[in-house]
Design a protein around this ligand. Structure first.
Ligand SMILES: Cc1cc2nc3c(=O)[nH]c(=O)nc-3n(C[C@H](O)[C@H](O)[C@H](O)COP(=O)(O)OP(=O)(O)OC[C@H]3O[C@@H](n4cnc5c(N)ncnc54)[C@H](O)[C@@H]3O)c2cc1C
Length: 385
């Protein structure tokens, strides 16, 4: 008899969702988190969008967009207090690299997947757009997507997992694990010392720590090569009333300008990162880059003194020589410790939006090593608040 059916390392959105799916499947579930609360890693430092990702159509990631839009529909239904639709404005200037026709094609495909139409904003309404610069402006598209509070959403999913019986241990660091005789032995460090426990299955949902955690699990073979890519946001004390603006930076990257708690959030960047994920911070050059984007499109001359908050998170992206971070795939890689019946699974990368679908897939993948249990809930129907 093992102590647990499923042990999950990490209380970010992915770990929370796996715990929810495991508990909904009737499995005895434990989450271990090194920090004293959930979402202290990437899951509080994202762009906070529940979206299909319009720009992923450009790189042919159609199935990711379709899956995320399906999950957006589920979240809007299950978490109406946490996930809200917002108008998104996409201005096209004379200098914009992507031509208006190409954006219209992308939006048409997005409409097919999301079943929500896009519009052109008439010239007479441009003055309503939060002071958006109109010199050189050729057209403005409007479509709808959703925004959330990523940390609150993570806490809500975790609470849902707890209500289904999952246990959560904070201030508990995963130390090592090994697969032996049809189970996993796991060692955790806590303030009171080492704790040893056994589980049928182990899920490494350690976000940017995934590689480090995987290196302390045996046997662990065939793990993918990944890069950590920093994404920074800045917050300025100006309200934004119209909605979310999706603008093109001077280097062609898409940047969001978003309303956030009565202020404006601007992000994001993509800079390679090496080192301890716990030490990631925004670079001064990234802050300047984001200020320049805002100043360019909103008739402002903001300086570093206007930035009231800045934070950085880390994406886990497949390593690729020569391909920019911007165009690398954003799907979650679910990797088992063996090609057949995997008992240990690691999650690399992925989207906040797709957490529930990813978790469902993880549990499906682990079923061959899990005991038969009575399903207690369907995560597609669980309310989150
Ligand atoms: C800049 C940026 C913007 C993004 N914007 C969006 C967006 O708008 N929409 C979207 O859908 N997605 C977005 N994403 C992607 C999304 O935010 C991430 O995929 C998601 O938050 C990752 O969650 P996670 O649970 O895998 O990682 P994390 O949230 O980092 O959680 C990992 C957890 O594991 C814990 N942990 C690590 N090691 C140990 C250990 N040894 N013992 C115990 N616990 C451990 C950590 O403390 C942490 O709590 C964005 C990502 C970035 C970086």
């Amino acid at each position: 008899m093992t102590d647990y059916d499923v042990v999950v390392i990490g209380a970010g959105i992915q770990g929370a969702a796996v715990a929810q799916a495991a508990a909904a499947g009737g499995y005895r579930t434990l989450v271990i988190e090194q920090y004293p609360e959930p979402a202290r890693g990437t899951s509080s430092r994202s762009s906070k969008l529940i979206h299909g990702g319009l720009r992923y159509l450009e790189t042919g990631q159609f199935s990711l967009v379709r899956e995320c839009l399906r999950e957006r529909r589920i979240l809007l239904r299950n978490a109406p207090g946490l996930v809200k639709m917002q108008p998104f404005y996409l201005p096209v200037y004379r200098h914009t690299r992507r031509p208006a026709w190409k954006i219209a094609v992308g939006l048409s495909i997005y409409t097919l997947f999301s079943l929500r139409p896009f519009h052109w904003i008439g010239r007479w309404r441009w003055s309503e757009l939060d002071g958006l610069v109109t010199e050189g402006l050729k057209t403005v598209f409007r479509y709808d997507d959703a925004q959330t509070d990523d940390a609150r959403l993570t806490a809500a999913v975790l609470q849902s997992a707890e209500s289904l019986g999952a246990e959560i241990r904070y201030n508990a660091s995963f130390h090592a694990a090994s697969e032996t005789e049809g189970a996993c032995r796991v060692e955790i460090e806590t303030a009171r010392g080492s704790v040893h426990l056994s589980t049928h299955a182990l899920v490494n949902a350690a976000g940017p720590w995934v590689v480090e955690v995987a290196s302390r699990i045996s046997p662990m073979s065939g793990q993918p090569a990944v890069d950590l890519v920093r994404g920074t946001h800045i917050e300025i004390a100006r309200p934004l009333r119209g909605g979310i603006y999706y603008v093109e930076a001077a280097d062609g990257r898409a940047v969001f300008v978003m309303p956030w708690q009565g202020h404006t959030l601007i992000g994001t960047t993509e800079t390679p990162y090496r080192g301890d994920p716990a030490a990631v911070k925004p670079l001064e050059s990234e802050i300047d880059y984001l200020l320049a984007v805002y100043n360019r499109y909103f008739r402002a001359e903001l300086t570093r003194g206007d930035v009231i908050n800045a934070f950085a998170g880390l994406r886990v992206l497949p390593r690729s020589d020569g391909q920019s971070a911007f165009s690398r795939p954003r799907d979650t890689l679910i990797v088992g410790n063996r090609s057949g019946k995997a008992r240990i699974v690691s999650l690399y990368g992925g989207k906040l939006t797709a957490h529930r679908a990813t978790a469902e897939e993880v549990i499906e993948r682990l079923k061959p090593v899990l005991p038969k249990r009575q399903v207690v809930a369907d995560t597609r129907k669980l309310r989150l608040s």
